[in-house]
Design a protein around this ligand. Structure first.
Ligand code: ADP
Ligand code: ADP
Length: 231
């Protein structure tokens, strides 16, 4: 199971003009093994919503569960276990520039003990960079950096992969390549993927369903037709 359930989640922040709801009573279910999109303009609350799932943010109200476990009612040990099962990739890749590709990819394994991690060689081959282990991030293109970001997430074999604007720093053809890597990862590694983006093309190419957020509110959930979802 990698089933995500959000029930009337709200996040209230202090803004310039008083408190406002960055996320406003959002309820949604993401099914096991789905690729699910969250689309909306900048500031719509997409990242905040995504970060509830691995407890990087906590909602002011409402609850979030993964496989029927309440994410915000866990012991420290349970929370660590929960977070270990979730990988994340970022718009700006979040690689450490003073570490090699190999060291960057191994980082998660140094933070926690995993039962059956993949190897650096396996994940680098998977993302199509078999020869880059000893390079440094500054020697890589944007698309290559994101491939390394994906490799770092995959090495732990996550059950859930959270993608926060994974292609927003990339041009169109690189975006297509990264979408293809993520779709291959979905097929190869049995996991639920959530993709936050403001790019409709990315949603169309990879998601089965997509939630539309506007000013913190969930205004629609769209089924993407398989014909549109290019293979
Ligand atoms: P369909 O069978 O509807 O034409 P595809 O050929 O695109 O779908 O995909 C083949 C299988 O992979 C189907 O079982 C489909 O449910 C699953 N699949 C493909 N893309 C996704 C996705 N984005 N989320 C969840 N499942 C997917
Ligand atoms: P999106 O990912 O859709 O761009 P975010 O979830 O990042 O949106 O942000 C939603 C709203 O919450 C924005 O108006 C943003 O400025 C605000 N926000 C995000 N984090 C904080 C914070 N820590 N304090 C105050 N406001 C925040």
């Amino acid at each position: 199971f990698r089933l995500i359930n959000m029930n009337s989640v709200t996040k209230t922040y202090q803004g310039k003009n008083g408190p406002f709801n960055a996320v406003d009573k959002v309820s949604l279910k993401v099914e096991e093994n789905e690729i699910f999109g969250l689309i909306g303009e900048s500031g719509a609350g997409k990242s905040t919503l995504l970060r509830f799932i691995n407890a990087l943010e906590s909602p002011t109200e409402g609850y979030v569960s993964v496989d029927d476990t309440d994410v915000f009612n866990l012991s420290r040990k349970q929370l660590r276990q929960h977070q270990k099962g979730i990988g994340m990739i970022f718009q700006q890749f979040n690689l450490l520039n003073n570490k090699s590709v190999r060291e960057n990819i191994q980082l998660p394994l140094e933070l926690h003990k995993y039962e059956k991690p993949l190897t650096v060689e396996e994940v680098l081959a998977f993302v199509g960079l078999p020869d880059k282990a000893d390079n440094y991030p500054s020697q890589l293109s944007g698309g290559e950096k994101q491939r390394v970001g994906i490799a770092r997430a995959l090495i732990t074999r996550p059950k859930i992969l959270l993608c926060d604007e994974p292609t927003s720093a990339l041009d169109e053809s690189t975006t297509e390549e990264i979408v293809d890597v993520l779709k291959r990862a979905h097929e190869a590694f049995d996991m639920t993927i959530l993709v936050v983006t403001h790019e409709l093309n990315v949603i169309k190419r990879m998601c089965r369903r997509c939630a539309v957020l506007e000013k913190g509110r969930l205004i629609d959930i769209i089924d993407i037709a398989p014909k549109t979802r290019k293979q």
